[in-house]
Design a protein around this ligand. Sequence first.
Ligand code: DQA
Length: 136
Amino acid sequence: MAKKAPKDKAGTPSIYVLNGPNLNLLGHREPEVYGRDTLADIHTAVVRHAAGHGLSIEFRQSNHEGDLIDWLQEARTKAGGVILNAAGFSHTSVAILDACRALDRPLIEVHLSNPFRRESFRRHSFVSEAATGVIC
Ligand code: DQA
């Protein structure tokens, strides 16, 4: 039987949106690859879109692998699902894969670019091995 999505104080199901290293520089970092929207712009759009579906958003960014692992562990009991852009850690981190495998919630991996059209080292993602779906 599917687990019920945990709800926030207002009784709204909560989705964790977790952003990895260098995504704090969106809008300034390689705009020809990642676009001109900042992470704050994306946060605003995600919250607005989620509200239309009756969902609340917990939106976080860190440049540190351990923070992402701690948040994935937290999401095991506090989130109905997780949307994760692990950025560069997608291609390197077995520890993030292990935390994703322990999640036991729907997990959508997101990339702003299409890593399959870029350097060969971006074509493998550890996160994909645990993800319910991938959007890039
Ligand atoms: C990224 C793709 C990764 O390869 C890269 O390291 C990033 C961003 C994306 O959103 O397209 O930092 O995850």
